[in-house]
Design a protein around this ligand. Structure first.
Ligand code: GAR
Length: 224
């Protein structure tokens, strides 16, 4: 099954990055597990200087750079992106810190086969600087979301969320680190559920077969 340390069976993924690639690394680690039902077909970055590219290469994964600055418009950039994904054989596209907005045409072309991770409990704090804004807003609990992508930014059926407390005196960096730990847990789990065919889009949400909902509640500050 495994070949040269990489799985050769399972749902083929294209992972799109723009930077550090720690969520990509979490997916690479998951795909290296013998029973994980997905494998990575390609990692694509829109930035030649993305640190994640070297990490993917070190893991023996095919990488592509499609530098958006080399294209006249969004459509021609996305045509190249689409071609690279299709050529790789990927059947699920995972945005992992991919910081380009995608057009409705591209998103609709991958409907329910395109997922994203966002560092907030959507629909709260769409967009950038989520942790600064959560602290500024004074919320006690924030978190992260894996969702199917829809044309509107940071919108689409939620697959998994993790809730993370905002602690007194948190800086945005401290909060980001605490949320990131949970991102690395829920992204592989969302991909696993999709790859097993357990996730069905139902209206604005999803239905998950064999769902094991977390019981109780995360309350912050805690209540005795
Ligand atoms: C992650 O926190 C991810 O949730 C966020 O960018 C970071 C990428 O880190 N994505 C977004 O804000 C998308 N709207 P990584 O490159 O180490 O995975």
């Amino acid at each position: 099954m495994a070949h040269g340390g990489r799985r050769v069976t399972g749902l083929p993924l294209a992972i799109l990055i723009s930077g550090r690639g720690s969520n990509m690394e979490a997916l690479i680690a998951a795909c290296a597990e013998p029973d994980f039902p997905a494998k990575i077909a390609v990692v694509i970055s829109n930035r030649p200087d993305a640190a994640g590219l070297g990490r993917a290469e070190a893991a023996g994964i095919p990488v592509r750079v499609i530098d958006h600055t080399g294209f006249d418009d969004r459509e021609s950039f996305e045509a190249e992106l689409d071609e690279a994904i299709r050529t790789s054989g990927a059947e699920l596209v995972c945005l992992a810190g991919f910081m380009r907005l995608l057009t409705a045409d591209f998103v609709n072309g991958w409907r329910n086969r395109l997922v994203n991770i966002h560092p907030s409990l959507l629909p709260a704090f769409k967009g950038l600087h989520t942790h600064d804004r959560a602290i500024e807003a004074g919320v006690r609990i924030t978190g992260c979301t894996v969702h199917f992508v829809r044309p509107e930014m940071d919108d689409g059926p939620v697959i998994i969320q993790a809730a993370v407390p905002v602690l007194p005196g948190d800086t945005a960096d401290e909060l980001a680190a605490r949320v990131l730990e949970q991102e690395h847990r829920i992204y592989p789990e969302a991909v696993r559920l999709i790859a097993l065919g357990k996730v069905r889009v139902r209206g604005k949400g999803v239905q998950i077969d064999d769902d094991a909902p977390a019981e109780g509640a995360l309350v912050n500050p805690s209540v005795p």
